[in-house]
Design a protein around this ligand. Structure first.
Ligand code: 0O2
Length: 195
């Protein structure tokens, strides 16, 4: 089967590399200014051929590079996992302040969590090369929940007590969110004491 991204792959990879290197620069600047490394880890990926084809099918879009790259906006993705809530928002501000791409959409699923408990800050950037990149910013706790929930999704068709499972996953997400707030408070206390 033909590559869904046609002959775009090299330029897509280049775009991703440039953005990751920009995020690393922002990370260094923040680390120097605050003496705290704001980032736990960064992941960058081109959505796999199969999962892009599945998504196009779900959305009723044609199986073309044009639809994959310009009608959907997450063929390129960068996930930035931060230690603390304040790091997520500070990093968001610094990313938004750059001028070599445009922020075309933002969704704050932290202040407004999804009904299932999913939390993250999403930004869609349009780069100079014309490609879109979905940036997901989240804390370690949010990342843990999203990874486990994603993993459990594969088991879904085999379970009968779906309602209880959804409820329990939501409870875990809320408990982790509450821990994030407590960890932030502890960090603020430490910083205030130092000043
Ligand atoms: P993958 O494998 O991460 O690429 P929609 O139009 O509602 O179907 P949209 O517009 O693509 O979705 O954006 P949305 O809802 O903001 O979510 C985009 C991405 O956020 C998803 O990409 C996931 O990575 C993550 N995400 C959103 N909701 C959830 C959730 O409930 N659980 C988990 N684990 N991740 C979530 P993809 O393409 O689904 O998957």
């Amino acid at each position: 089967m033909e590559d869904i991204y046609g002959n775009h792959r090299d330029r897509m990879q280049e775009t991703l590399d440039q953005l990751v290197s920009r995020v690393k620069t922002l990370r260094e600047e923040m680390s120097q200014q605050t003496e705290f490394d704001p980032i736990e880890h960064i992941l960058a990926r081109i959505k796999s051929d199969q999962s892009m084809r599945d998504k196009l099918r779900r959305k009723g879009l044609p199986q073309t590079a044009e639809a994959a790259l310009f009608q959907l906006h997450d063929a390129l993705g960068v996930r930035i996992v931060c230690g603390f809530l304040s790091d997520v928002y500070e990093m968001r501000d610094r990313i938004a302040a750059q001028t070599d791409y445009t922020v075309v959409e933002e969704r704050d699923y932290i202040r407004q969590a999804k009904p299932n408990g999913y939390r993250s800050y999403h930004m869609i950037l349009r780069t100079q090369a014309g490609y879109y990149v979905e940036v997901q910013l989240r804390t370690i706790s949010m990342d843990t929940w999203a990874a486990l929930e994603h993993h459990l999704q594969y088991k879904k068709p085999h379970v009968g007590n779906q309602r209880l499972i959804v409820q329990e996953l939501k409870r875990c997400a809320d408990e982790l969110a509450s821990t994030d707030v407590s960890m932030q408070t502890i960090r603020d206390m430490i910083l205030n004491e130092r000043d």
